[in-house]
Design a binder for this molecule. Sequence first.
Ligand SMILES: [Zn+2]
Length: 146
Amino acid sequence: MRRRTCPCSSNQPAALCCGKYHRGLPAPNPEALMRSRFSAYARGLVDYVIDTTLPESPQAKPERASWRRELLAYCKATDFVELRVLHTEWEPGQSEGFVTFKATLIQDRQPFSFTERSRFELKTLPGQKGDPRWYYAEGEELEEGV
Ligand SMILES: [Zn+2]
């Protein structure tokens, strides 16, 4: 059987890369969370995408069921071809970080790329057990051609 490499383009086996975060291990830094969210989109793990989005994020939807359906439809219609992490702004100890990345996707057989600078927060949400976790807060799309 062929060993599956991680969809986040790390060239590592999925189980040793983002898979461990999908199974519940907290992502230790903004880049790990960003990569694991890309992999989750690629694998249609929409609950992981939802659970790692801050509830107050502009991307968050008030209704989980319709948000799930929307994400599933998006994942089904999209091939997540490649991720390139261009830049990370975060130092250990900081509870906010930024990751700039370029994603290459295919929709309707048309490949396209976008570059985004995402903001992440280390937080304990109401009802959450254990240590604070990293969450996706929001993203800003940057000019093409990075
Ligand atoms: Zn990965």
